[in-house]
Design a protein around this ligand. Sequence first.
Ligand code: 5GP
Length: 220
Amino acid sequence: MAQIDPKDPHKFKRRGILFIVSSPSGAGKSTISRKLLAADAGLEMSVSATTRPPRAGEVDGKDYHFVDLEKFRDMVAENDFLEWAHVFGNRYGTPRGPVEKALAEGRDVLFDIDWQGAQQLYQQAGGDVVRVFIFPPSLDELERRLRARGTDTNEVIEGRMARATAEISHWDGYDYVLVNDDVDQCFQNVKAILEAERLKRSRQTGLIGFVRSLAKSGRD
Ligand code: 5GP
């Protein structure tokens, strides 16, 4: 539950948001997530666990928690994941503890997870989940971006391109769908979605007391 800000007492208490941004790899989701986190102190990134080996430059505990299959299976058995899925031949999962802690402390949580994760979180947390899908402008442009990244082998890139088409087919499981033609514009749109979702009446659990005080003022 978000706390009341003394500088802005009419920013009412509200339910936290599980804000999911999915896209095929290379469509610009990581850049947009980074910009969102830098712009918004009330938003925290969920760091997933994965059995995929780290890519060059990736940091354990920051980009992912890199774990072996045995550890991942233990975490599944212990019910440590809010959701988990097989993606590109590896396993990925959202650790439950940090998400529950952030929400309880009044922060919203950003998830970079695939459509399977979005579906599972939605099953569990329905109205608190907001799902955004980002399309690349075209498949050619997606391939160009993946190659420019220079972190994956040809074989991996071909696999990702094949998966991209499959992922795109799940666009209708999302609340918002954007095309990333221009990363700054796309970021502005994602930010606007988050800000509007925060203002939804259904999330403003502190509203009723204020409305009562308004209705009473000048009448007693
Ligand atoms: P990458 O290996 O390129 O970092 O991620 C591959 C895919 O796995 C991306 O589509 C990403 O959104 C997805 N992914 C990352 N973490 C999770 C997770 O915890 N759960 C699920 N379901 N998907 C994830």
